[in-house]
Design a protein around this ligand. Structure first.
Ligand SMILES: Nc1ncnc2c1ncn2[C@@H]1O[C@H](COP(=O)(O)OP(=O)(O)O)[C@@H](O)[C@H]1O
Ligand SMILES: [Mg+2]
Length: 369
């Protein structure tokens, strides 16, 4: 059977919670989600990934083996998705695989970003042409390499009648501002789940703070919040992007040490949630007076966070992207399915408003089935 116009998007984000897989058909750049699958992270592999994220001294063997292991997992997640949907691999035109970021450093003389998940393994084990390594091509064109999903946000959420913001609350949070006049911009606002997940795991042995309940049980420590916000990244001009290289356990523990007083663990969690809300809202208010904020990523399920956002943005609605027709859990995977389509069709993408790349470019390398 000839390849149809089905595409699969795969991503494991900064939270390292698991692999999001979406099988999508596109109608004039509008996604029609056919099937989805989530493959949760295995604890051992997650620890290896976090070790690589932390490390300046990288064990080459660990690096290489983890690359292959993640590639194989992305392939098995794809095969599970196809089984679930009863769709043959031959019906898929291409996979767009983001991979797993282990390092993202867009600054300095030799900026680089590194996503693991060997695309050769994905193509070999799924028998589907795989497009991968999207971010490095953007960086080579002078861009930050991130965020890229705003390209899809613009296709799906732009309205000539309303100023809109798409807010993706993953490990790191990023916003896409879509002015009704057609102007848009996007960047990473800073840390979100990455620090809250770390803190609840350390104190409660849970992988995340469900609905922000633990944070809600604590009180915001204003002095700590000010120390958190006293971070050069927040005032850095755009384009900008960030990750675990900056916002990690050392960053948080350093701030707590600077505070120099005992703080209840739940108050730290409350303050981390306040940091997430505060940094996002400050950035939004500087750029636009939105009518609607649509939230995607795991943070859309955090009721306390959604409430905090709505309270600070009281002149607009704050809702999950589901209100605009796209399930918040799959927006990023859909974006990489769409990017794979652009790559195999040879379409150059203009990311200049989002990443600062100097020209429109065809993103991603193609690994033939
Ligand atoms: N019900 C929930 N309540 C609070 N937080 C949640 C919930 N579901 C998911 N999350 C958060 O979302 C994160 C995953 O979000 P995701 O968008 O996949 O981020 P990433 O792109 O970094 O992987 C989890 O690690 C968790 O912190
Ligand atoms: Mg995730």
């Amino acid at each position: 059977m000839a390849n149809s116009d089905y595409y699969i998007g795969l991503i494991s984000g900064t939270s390292v919670d698991g692999i999001d897989c979406a099988l999508v058909q596109f109608d004039n750049d509008q996604p029609n989600v056919i099937a989805t699958h989530f493959k949760p992270s295995d604890k051992k592999l997650r620890e290896k990934i976090l070790q690589l994220c932390r490390g300046k001294e990288i064990d080459l063997e660990l690096y290489g083996q983890t690359d292959t292991e993640i590639g194989r997992l992305f392939a098995s997640a794809t095969n599970e998705l196809l089984d679930k949907a009863s769709i043959a691999a031959s019906s898929i035109r291409a996979i767009g695989s983001h991979g797993q970021t282990v390092f993202h450093y867009p600054r300095g003389e030799f900026p680089f970003t590194l996503q693991l998940g060997d695309p050769n393994s994905i193509a070999a084990l799924t028998r589907i042409t795989t497009v991968a390594d999207f971010r490095r091509r953007d960086m080579a064109a002078g861009g930050e390499g991130a965020p890229l999903a705003p390209l899809l946000h613009r296709n799906c959420f732009y309205s000539p009648e309303h100023n809109r913001v798409v807010l993706n609350v993953g490990g790191i949070s990023n916003i896409t501002v879509l002015h009704k006049n057609g102007q848009c911009c996007a960047f990473d606002t800073g840390p979100a789940n990455v620090l809250m997940d770390y803190w609840i795991e350390k104190h409660q042995q849970k992988t995340f703070d469900k609905n922000g309940e633990w944070a809600s049980s604590g009180k915001v420590n204003q002095a700590l919040l000010e120390l958190f916000l006293d971070e050069e990244y927040f005032s850095r001009p755009t384009p900008k992007s960030t990750g675990r290289e900056l916002f990690n356990s050392s960053w948080l523990l350093g701030k707590l040490q600077q505070l120099g007083e005992q703080t209840a663990a739940e108050d730290v969690q409350a303050t981390l949630l306040a940091l997430t809300v505060n940094s996002i809202v400050t950035d939004i208010k500087q750029l636009v007076s939105p009518d609607q904020v649509y939230v995607c990523g795991g943070g859309a399920h955090n009721g306390a966070l959604m409430q905090g956002l709505q309270q600070s943005l009281n002149n607009c609605t704050v809702e999950s992207t589901a209100a605009a027709g796209i399930d918040p859990d799959w927006v990023e995977a859909i974006a990489f399915a769409w990017m794979a389509k652009q790559t195999v069709e040879g379409i150059a993408l203009d990311t200049s408003a989002f990443t600062g790349a100097s020209e429109a470019i065809i993103l991603g390398g193609i690994y033939q089935a």
